[in-house]
Design a binder for this molecule. Sequence first.
Ligand code: SAM
Length: 275
Amino acid sequence: MQAIDRLDPAARAYIDLLSRCLTRELFLDQEWWDVDLRDWPGDPDDLRSVLGARRWRLVRRGDPAARAEGRDWPPTAETMIGGARLANVVECCVTALLDGVPGDLVETGVWRGGTTILMRGILEALGDVDRRVWVADSFEGLPAPGADAHPTDVGLDWSGVEVLKVGADEVRANFARYGLLDERVCFLEGWFADTLPRAPIDRVAVLRLDGDLYGSTMDALRALEPRVVPGGFVVVDDYGGWEPCRAAVGDYRSEFGITSPIIEVDWTGVYWRKD
Ligand SMILES: C[S@@+](CC[C@H](N)C(=O)[O-])C[C@H]1O[C@@H](n2cnc3c(N)ncnc32)[C@H](O)[C@@H]1O
């Protein structure tokens, strides 16, 4: 039985509805994407001039499979991690709360904030009154790999990717949109290497890592994994899909002798439960 099935129907329905709003799976039939005209089998310039002359756009619908698996970068959704990984967040958080695992809920790498909004919603649905949700991000996108970057990060300069730059005020507004912005939502603004080691977090029940790079994953693990309590969860978004992230997790687990089994969530997400 899944942890969410242990909840009363109203809590279950709220969490389900919130999840499907945050991914926009609920509104996918209203989402339109501009078709990349370079994919046109004929001459894209011919097509461009036909469309331009008529002031038309060539659009397609959002893809339900891609959204469920978190394989696209949605135009408006507050999270890009998709339905399966969001369900895993629900499972880990609800299990921690029902089992009485102490500690806060943390995500490092939040983008538009959707996963942390869901974490805060879960606290609300379960009537928790004292845990906090920590929202850690540069709020200006990924760092450029420095001269001391791990070899797996070298050449991975995504620092100019505009869609990944979401400001803290925009994320706060996203929380407010769902009525979930309050003093228990704590922002850690800046590079993980600067903010996480001195973050005033004592105990962590669920730590979710979504910083893509080796350096970002390792910075978050070193600062926060020791604060995850026994019975708590470490969730890694990019393990299957990103070699740098997988390498960081492997190196950290070897260095600290972590043998808790790694459990697959989907094509990229994994988690383990701390012994
Ligand atoms: C893939 S996005 C996170 C997606 C998000 N978890 C969601 O639910 O959609 C990666 C995020 O990590 C942040 N990030 C990556 N490395 C970072 C670092 N070293 N310090 C601070 N933020 C970082 C980026 O700014 C970006 O918002």
